[in-house]
Design a protein around this ligand. Structure first.
Ligand code: DGL
Length: 269
């Protein structure tokens, strides 16, 4: 049955450009959909924020998406999925897709015993990846590692800076001490760093969970009869600070055609 929701946009949010790695994959397999994206650049990095702060920021963003009549909200942020998803999942009327919970079953089925996870401090401290993967596979050993500088390297677009390359290499060397068979890029900003990572380890070592996440979003929307039917399409981008910087940093991964709209919330601090 076609409802008024079918042609409503799919909404994405993250602390900055990171969620574009997810939007990119979703757009490839759902090219006709309408998309809205909110980059909460004012509050970046989410990985260093408390649960209370993340609840407050996301509540504002969810209300905005609700006003826009979005048919689904993609938590394209490992940090919010890890820290606040359980608390907010029954609070709103829209369909919510959290990245960590959506990809853990697939990760648990990898034919390996030792899995590394690179993620933000908040994601690692929450233990969410370990917990979710253990629901399906108790034998997989999961090694989490926080990479404090990576989000800033991406947001500042300083990928060719020798200091950035050194930082990424050293973090990778530290992870390698655990002997992982694969490493998950458990923060949406990290796939931007693949060009650096693959200078020091083979591409097959790294998993960008956005790939299987996008498939899950598509199949769930399809199952619920929510895919779009109209031909015309649009994309809208919003940020809470510095729209030009967002557009520049996004460039290497996604073509944000127009400068994002600046939209802050009155209670945002
Ligand atoms: N990109 C987000 C994530 O996937 C948050 C990064 C941050 O702002 O710390 O966790």
């Amino acid at each position: 049955m076609i409802t008024s929701k079918n042609n409503s946009p799919i909404a994405f949010f993250d602390s900055g450009v990171g969620g574009l790695t997810v939007l990119n994959k979703v757009k490839k397999i759902l090219p006709n959909e309408n998309f809205v994206y909110y980059g909460d650049t004012l509050h970046m990095p989410y990985g260093e924020k408390t649960k209370e702060q993340l609840l407050e920021y996301s509540d504002n963003i969810f209300k905005l998406f609700e006003e826009m009549n979005c048919k689904a909200i993609v938590m394209a942020c490992n940090t919010t999925s890890s820290v606040i998803y359980e608390e907010v999942k029954d609070k709103y009327s829209f369909k919510l897709f959290p990245i960590v919970q959506s990809v853990s079953e697939i990760l648990s089925q990898l034919p390996i015993n030792r899995l590394g996870i690179f993620a933000t401090r908040a994601t690692i401290e929450s233990g969410a990846y370990q917990r979710e993967i253990a629901k399906y596979n108790k034998n997989m050993q999961v090694f989490g590692q926080h990479c404090p500088d990576w989000v800033h390297i991406v947001e500042k677009n300083s990928l060719s800076d020798p200091q950035s390359i050194k930082t990424v290499r050293e973090d990778l060397e530290k992870m390698m001490l655990n002997n992982p068979e694969k490493i998950v890029l458990g923060c949406t900003h990290y796939p931007f760093l693949l060009d650096i990572l693959t200078q020091f380890a083979p591409r097959e070592m790294f998993i960008d969970p956005a790939e299987s996440f996008a498939q899950k979003i598509k199949s769930d929307l399809d199952k619920d009869g929510l895919l779009k039917t109209e031909v015309e399409r649009y994309e809208r981008f919003f940020v809470s600070s510095n729209p030009q910087m967002f557009q520049q940093s996004a460039e290497m991964f996604y073509e944000v055609k127009e400068t994002p709209e600046l939209l802050t919330f009155l209670n945002a601090v």
